[in-house]
Design a protein around this ligand. Sequence first.
Ligand code: AN7
Length: 359
Amino acid sequence: MARDGMAPGRLDAATHWPGIIEVYRDFLPVGPSTPVVSLCEGATPLIEAPRLSERVGAEVYLKVEGANPTGSFKDRGMTMAISKACERGAKAVICASTGNTSASAAAYAARAGLSCAVLIPEGYIALGKLAQALIYGAKVLQVRANFDGALAIVRELAEKAPVTVVNSINPDRLEGQKSSSFEIVDVLGDAPDYCFIPVGNAGNITAYWRGFQEYEKAGRSTKLPAMMGFQAAGAAPIVVGHPVKSPDTVATAIRIGNPASWKGALDAAEGSGGSVRSVTDAQILDAYRFLAAQESVFCEPASAASVAGLLAYGAPAGSRVVCILTGNGLKDPDGAISQVSVPDAVDATLDDVLAGLDW
Ligand code: AN7
């Protein structure tokens, strides 16, 4: 069945999605002369999660950010950061990254014809993300440090070289990322009661909170959600109240010990009546497998922290909950394979296949 307002039987050019800058221009710091560098990011699925809803007794939706062009929510921020960098005449961009920022920066920089350098922590980046940064043509340096160490070098470097930092310390990034809150309100007709979200460098929770607030001020929603942020227990500086020197978690995307937007996360949690709490790696992996097997959404381990938080701490009966699934499961094939057993090959005979299927 065609949706209302859509021509049946074909894609309607009038409803083609041109990316978050064109759609939410009124809420973004862009002008008529800003060159828009877009890969049609945004408009990601907000899908109902019937089994999760049943399990927690709430009305739960999943915001599938892995459906963005490079497979993570970073594209929302990167379309803004790269467009604004171009407007200001930048020739090169740089970031430190646990992987997704580097993939997105590399893609949008290539699109804009900018050169891109990325610093990644040696040995702690999912294979798909490394592949992306390299194939999009970025200059990739593996640094013998964790993310926090790599970001410190990027900050230092930016003071000496004519290069734009596209980490979320760049305010344009958060401006773009707040667009996901707009989409959630547009689809649901109002803000949800709760927004569960993974927290690493804490830019995204800051951006979502800003988005919900701006939309409410503009009369697009009647309420604000409580922001529920979740760090991995081995990398939970905001929860323990001090930087963590050697953060450690299976969720490499959020293996961060000293978040740049620490204050933004606290403001979001406190200002919304929410909280920032931690979930263990075991809880993250349980949620990760549950989402794939029960809701057919294959996200990356860090993304599952939001649902792990919902499963661990719950939500009031009947409340409307949106869990943000920040990145695509295909980013981290090793993470998935480590959770399943890969079957041995069988001979290509009917008997062997039937025996292998155990039917
Ligand atoms: C899938 O790519 O920090 O709290 O360098 O990739 O805004 O940092 C990634 C972070 C959650 C946490 N989920 O978001 C990077 C990077 C996924 C992520 C986060 C990240 P923030």
